[in-house]
Write a new protein. Structure first.
Length: 271
């Protein structure tokens, strides 16, 4: 069995999943090669499965990334249409329309101007982004917020959201789902442009967090191998979705080895 593990030519940060995943693939007898999606020398004509993992620079050129995604031969894990849907963070609006609680989100369309929202602090981020790419926090009346929105909106849509205070105490919880099962949860600290990722855990998964995560994942569970739902609690303590990560999320596999075993078994069944 051969698979390609899709990465990028220059990782913006270390991939802590890479070493344990590659070792587990080798132990399972799977011939796996790390291949950068943006390497012009790479041969994507061979029809073998490609597993999306650390393609973390796609936000710099999402059109090129999606063109590669559709050009590469063989099955894509997770599937291509799921990636096309998930690459734009306006999926939060679609989640809300299904009754899934999400962080309130205002979308400034391409070419639009900053829209003030009622919040002590606001977060501004591009609609297509990875990790903390171009994500900044402002006071709502800060002129720099409008400047940042205008700069981002020159090339794409922008999300404006209230800063969720609970991320400073309870933290942002990343709920990891692999092959039909919620496996573990990690606590992340707030992260903005230029910050390093800081994580703790695994932590027990609260029943209400599990319920919201599964509701967010519901349309995809029979088609994807992995997913991650990042949650925070609102002012009333209720969990809401901050991100639904179905393309290339860190899965923190070393933090919970049974999740890695489940990932390998699920891949073997699909490839």
């Amino acid at each position: 069995m051969k698979v390609r593990i899709a990465t990028c030519a220059r990782l913006p940060e270390p991939d802590t999943d890479e070493a344990p995943l590659m070792a587990a693939l080798a132990d399972a007898g799977i011939d796996a090669a790390l291949v950068a999606w943006d390497d012009p020398r790479a041969d994507w004509a061979m029809s073998i499965p490609t597993v999306l993992r650390s393609t973390w620079n796609y936000a710099l050129d999402p059109d090129a990334f999606l063109a590669w995604l559709d050009r590469a031969a063989g099955p894509m894990i997770n599937p291509r249409d799921v990636v096309h849907d998930n690459i734009h963070k306006r999926y939060l609006v679609m989640l809300a329309s299904r009754g899934v609680p999400v962080v309130p989100t205002t979308i400034v369309e391409r070419g639009g101007a900053y829209v003030a929202i009622d919040a002590p602090r606001i977060v501004v981020k591009p609609e297509v982004g990875c990790a903390s790419f171009e994500t900044r926090v402002f006071a709502p009346g800060d002129p720099a917020a409008a400047v940042h929105v205008a700069r981002l909106a020159a090339t794409g849509a922008v999300l404006v959201q209230p800063y969720v205070d609970s991320v400073d105490s309870y933290g942002e919880r990343s709920i990891v789902w692999i092959d039909g099962e919620v496996t573990h949860a990690i606590r992340k600290t707030p992260r903005f442009a230029g910050d390093d990722e800081r994580i703790e855990g695994p932590f027990p998964i609260a029943a209400d967090e599990r319920e919201v995560a599964l509701a967010a994942l519901a349309p995809y569970v029979d088609r994807i191998l992995y997913g991650r739902v990042d949650l925070a609690r609102d002012a009333n303590g209720r969990p809401m979705v901050m991100e639904l990560e179905l393309i290339e999320p860190s899965l923190f596999l070393a933090r919970h080895p049974p999740a890695l075993d489940r990932f390998i078994r699920g891949l073997q069944q699909r490839a």
